[in-house]
Design a protein around this ligand. Structure first.
Ligand code: IPE
Ligand code: IPE
Ligand code: MG
Length: 262
């Protein structure tokens, strides 16, 4: 594993999100079926998980299958589903040993019973782990997440209207914090850094609410080729960003100077 610089270590993101893109092109370049690209992508995923765990990054959220990926040819979808089952079965014990807590986000009911069972077992086995929080977005879409949050919020409001013991929830009490608490990953700090491999510069319906203030890092490297060095480069780039959250650069510099004195 390549070493991150001292400067980078001080400014590591707490939460990294990754759009693992480019598996198909990686395979095409080698005249291999697309499924071979997805399989090769698993190795890159294993590496970044280990890297985040070692560097004490609190959370990693990876985009494994979007709600739109069902539109791919049937044969590709089915090879991806088989790969998910075999990868989960093969990796779960190793992840548990590394103290990684695994959770899935997305609509899982559309998956086969076998895959749903693997997902549930993986979550249950690792649930009390205190190391890296690994979130796997599978059949996930940011728009689905928002609509799902609306449904949950409205049903809580209906419950609170009929249940006198429940905390009162009315239209006026809806604010960004309350709404956000119904979204996926609401118990995790928002992603600080989004990495997308494969050269496309778009979000593709990933965490559209949660990425509001993430730093966006796009790299041409295809996912199966994404190395520890590529990840270190992304972390170094992130360490050089000034995050302003609406303030001026001068305000941020003053805040940093004050914090350094205290
Ligand atoms: C990302 O790689 C993996 C999934 C979407 C499952 P792609 O399969 O999108 O690879 P390209 O973009 O076609 O190269
Ligand atoms: C996004 O990649 C989804 C995943 C990486 C799982 P896509 O390859 O599906 O995105 P688009 O279609 O090029 O935007
Ligand atoms: Mg793609």
């Amino acid at each position: 594993m390549s070493k991150v610089s001292d400067n980078t270590l001080q400014t590591l993101p707490r939460h990294v999100a990754v759009v693992m893109d480019g598996n198909g092109r990686w395979a095409n370049k080698r005249h291999l079926p697309r499924a071979a690209g997805h399989k090769a992508g698993v190795n890159a995923t294993r590496k970044i998980v280990e890297n985040c765990a070692k560097n004490r990054i609190a959370a990693l959220t990876i985009f494994a299958f979007s709600s739109e990926n069902w539109n791919r040819p049937k044969s590709e979808v089915s090879s991806l589903m088989s790969l998910f089952v075999s990868t989960l079965t093969g990796e779960v014990k190793k992840l548990h040993k590394k103290n990684v807590r695994v959770r899935f986000i997305g609509e899982r009911l559309r998956f086969s019973e076998k895959l749903q069972k693997s997902i549930a077992e993986c979550e249950a086995l690792t649930e009390d782990n205190t190391g890296l929080k690994l979130n796997i977005a599978a059949n996930y879409g940011g728009r689905w997440d928002i609509v799902n949050a609306c449904r949950s919020l409205i049903s809580s409001m209906q419950d609170s209207a009929t249940d006198t013991d429940a905390a009162s929830l009315d239209v006026q009490s809806i604010d960004e914090q309350l709404f956000g608490s119904f979204l996926s990953l609401s118990d995790t700090p928002e992603p600080d850094l989004l990495i997308r491999t494969g050269g496309e510069q778009r979000i593709s319906n990933f965490l559209i609410w949660q990425l509001a203030y993430a730093e966006l890092y796009f790299v041409d490297t295809l996912w199966p080729d994404f190395s520890d060095q590529d990840f270190s480069d992304a972390l170094d780039w992130f360490a050089g960003r000034q995050r302003r959250f609406g303030k001026t650069g001068q305000q941020i510099q003053q805040e940093q100077a004050t914090a350094a004195i205290e």
